[in-house]
Design a protein around this ligand. Structure first.
Ligand code: PBG
Length: 335
């Protein structure tokens, strides 16, 4: 059944595709710069700027270089940033994650000082960038199997989050897929006087091959084992919905699906099931695929980037985290 009331030839779908004005007027999904979040890989090394080889156009940046990039992004209408820290030293617990002089805490203070409330700063709360073994918390091994010690990691996660709150984060985003993380962080924040600070939960995070380039960018590949005992099996849809509902029950203010492209169905279901804002992470491997094909002249880069971002919005994401954010800002409207 359609709304047309009549079939061809009385109704002709192509009438609506006759002009740009008509297409613009009836477009169902729109992109605005204020829906995009741009990730930053931060180093505590003045003047540092090093391109990530598997993510052409993306860089590890010193705090000063990142400040310059934020300035440029703001002029284009991108005002939200997701911060990842790459510490100069790692240990088995990832202790620099809760250091007030750690790279993310220092960056938050510097960016806040430079831009005040003109920017929205989101911190990724996890340990894989900080631990010497590259796993997302405290681990031990059992018969060559990596066991992430969920309940021993939770207080450390809360501690890391409070440090970032004190340094000026606007939103905290736990990404480790630990059970009880949202509740533990909420209690930690509330106890430290941050009951007003929202949590963006990486609720449905799949154990994905599409994170490969990120692990180069953040220098965080697991040194042994993999993340399949804490991230989700790509085959599971109901489990993803359950994880989302659990996080909402624990106090999540916004929920996320990650990666985006191979999981557009999950984004749509989450959007239909919750009244909270839904974010999707257009991850490093998705970025790398487009850049690699475009470099070979196999794809029209601009067209494919816009089609990708539009598809994620059409699937139901309110917020898109994307390495394309700054380049795409030149092509899309401001909110
Ligand atoms: C964990 C984290 C990861 C990403 C974001 N946060 C890596 C992982 O889970 O292995 C991946 C993002 C991307 O691939 O762009 N701190």
């Amino acid at each position: 059944m359609s709304d047309a009331g009549s079939a061809f030839p009385a109704f002709r779908g192509r009438r609506r595709r006759n002009s740009h004005g008509l297409l613009d007027l009836t477009r169902e999904t729109r992109l605005h710069t204020d829906q995009l979040v741009y990730p930053l890989f931060l180093r505590d090394r003045p003047g540092f700027r090093q391109e990530i080889s598997s993510m052409p156009g993306q860089f590890q940046l010193g705090i000063d270089a990142a400040t310059a990039l934020i300035e440029k992004a703001l002029q284009k209408g991108i005002q939200s940033f997701l911060l990842f820290g790459i510490p100069e030293a790692k240990d088995p617990e990832g202790s620099s994650a809760w250091d007030h002089e750690g790279v993310v805490a220092k960056s938050l203070r510097a960016f806040r000082k430079a831009f005040g409330n003109a920017i929205c700063l989101i911190t990724d709360e996890c340990f894989c960038e900080y631990t010497s073994h590259g796993h997302c918390g405290i681990i031990h091994t059992e018969d060559d199997r990596v066991v992430l010690e969920n309940d021993r990691t939770l207080p450390l996660l809360a501690k890391q989050t409070v440090v970032h709150a004190q340094a000026g984060a606007d939103i905290v985003a736990p990404s480790g897929m630990l059970d009880g993380a949202i509740g533990a962080i909420r209690a930690g924040l509330d106890g430290a006087g941050f009951s007003h600070l929202p949590i963006l939960a990486y609720s449905a995070k799949f154990a994905s091959g599409f994170y490969g380039p990120f692990r180069e960018a953040a220098q965080s590949p697991p040194q042994f084992g993999d993340r399949s005992s804490y991230q989700m099996d790509p085959a599971n849809r109901l489990e993803a919905l359950n994880e989302v509902l659990l996080d909402i029950g624990e106090g999540a203010d916004m929920v996320m699906v990650k990666p985006a492209l191979a999981y557009l169905d999950i984004i749509r279901e989450v959007r239909n099931r919750t009244l909270l804002p839904v974010a999707a992470y257009n991850v490093s491997g998705e970025y790398a695929m487009i850049k690699a094909a475009a470099a070979k002249g196999w794809l029209d880069e601009k067209r494919v980037i816009l089609e990708t971002l539009t598809s994620i919005r059409r699937a139901g994401a309110d917020i898109i985290i994307s390495y394309h954010a700054v380049e795409a800002a030149d092509w899309i409207g401001r909110g």
